[in-house]
Design a protein around this ligand. Structure first.
Ligand code: GLY
Length: 400
């Protein structure tokens, strides 16, 4: 076992959440390390990168909506800063989203979503089927109407991850390319991790940001173990040859037979179709059934896609939490912070998570907008701040 110099912060997990935390912490002058065998990997390898705070609005998640909107609002400056610093193009497209309905049930569902968006003060516009097809001529003739949301954009998560690795390197973040196997606790304080090769890494503060794996790190006391679980998503990638471009101008999505399907067209010609949502534990097998369902539903929306080359199939694991919202900031164990449980919104919440975690690492407190997302809302023994997250706590109680 070897010992290394103690950094101020050790981030366990080098996906986009661990990386943005490390980058922002280093920018605040904290000596920071990241422990991950393959920084820049994780769920961002699979994610489509929709920044869909408005189209993915759900009842009971208004508190999360507020955080999603803050993060969406920070995206333009966040992208500009990362691009200026690293020279990486992140594939950020302010292209908007069109959510369409194929039958009467879908139409009723979208009408309800539209009403809820308006009640929530969000901008979206109802379009007839004909108006939808005028915007997106590749849509099926049977489209019955849709919602145009010009504020929901996209970014390329793989490029984002690469840019964050580069930004961390420039900021002096040290990468330990190993699996973290165990949290070390000394007295009543988290002090670091032991890696798979037996190296003991110490950190003044440890941030557990390992996505769906965050609930599995050995040595974390049960009372502060994050209640995250893997939610599998299968995704298909097609390529749009130049002669068909632009195939779609914006993200197109729908609920088909109760399942969500979305098509995200990138400027480089990639068309990402996602995603299944499956509670299958740690399984990341790409299945015939998963791919079939995605292509069947996408084909109902956009029949012309059968002509496109299929370039990739992949499955990833979203870090689901009991109330679908992230767990951010200090835990009941001094020295241990969490940045996990981002579920369907990891890419969208990357800017606000980096800011909130850096603030928490420097001051010991979450900034105002992130306070409802304290992990302490799940503590059995500690009363939650009564002003914090009452609506989501109620949802947890209902579903428990
Ligand atoms: N936010 C899209 C998904 O999780 O599939």
């Amino acid at each position: 076992m070897s010992l290394t110099r103690t950094p101020d912060v050790l981030a366990v997990g080098g996906g986009i959440i661990g990386l943005v935390t490390a980058w922002r912490a280093a920018q605040r002058g904290l000596a920071t390390g990241v422990v991950d065998p393959e920084p820049g990997g994780g769920a961002a390898r699979v994610a489509a990168g929709m920044l869909a705070g408005v189209t993915e609005l759900h009842y009971g998640e208004q508190t999360l909506l507020a955080l999603n909107l803050v993060s969406a609002g920070r995206y333009p400056r966040f992208v500009a800063e990362l691009t200026d610093l690293t020279g990486h193009d992140l594939g950020y497209r302010r292209c908007g989203t069109l959510a369409v309905a194929l039958d009467a049930d879908d139409r009723a569902h979208l009408r309800e979503l539209h009403a809820f968006q308006r009640q929530s003060g969000l901008e979206s516009e109802w379009l007839s089927g004909r108006e939808c097809r005028r915007l997106e001529p590749m849509l099926a003739p049977g489209v019955r109407g849709g919602l145009r949301v010009d504020g929901d954009h996209q970014v390329d998560p793989r490029r984002l991850a690469r840019a964050l690795v580069a930004a961390c390197e420039r900021a002096g973040v040290v990468f330990h390319r190993q699996w973290a196997e165990r949290l070390t606790v000394s007295g009543d304080r988290a002090t670091g991790v032991v890696t798979a090769d037996g190296t003991a890494l110490t950190g003044g503060q440890v941030v557990l940001a390992a996505g769906s794996l965050s609930g599995r790190l050995a040595g974390v006391p049960d009372a502060v173990l994050p209640p995250v679980r893997p939610v599998k998503g299968q995704v298909v990638r097609l390529a749009v040859p130049q002669r068909y471009a632009p195939f779609l101008h914006r993200t197109v999505r729908a609920v088909v037979r109760g399942g969500h399907v979305y098509l995200v067209p990138r400027e480089n010609g990639e068309l990402v179709i996602g995603a299944t949502s499956e509670e299958m534990g740690w399984d990341t097998t790409v299945t015939a059934g998963g791919v079939y369902e995605l292509l069947r539903d996408a084909h109902e929306l956009v029949p012309g896609l059968t002509e496109l080359p299929l370039t990739e199939t992949r499955a990833g694991l979203r870090p689901g939490s009991p109330d679908n919202a992230p767990l951010l900031g200090p835990t009941g164990l001094p020295g241990l912070l969490l940045a996990t449980g981002h579920y369907r919104n990891g890419v969208l919440l990357t800017p606000v998570t980096g800011d909130a975690m850096a603030h928490a690492l420097v001051t010991g407190e979450l900034p105002e907008e992130a306070r409802p997302f304290t992990p302490r809302r799940f503590d059995a023994t500690t009363p939650t701040d009564p002003s914090a997250h009452t609506e989501q706590t109620a949802l947890t109680e209902q579903t428990a």
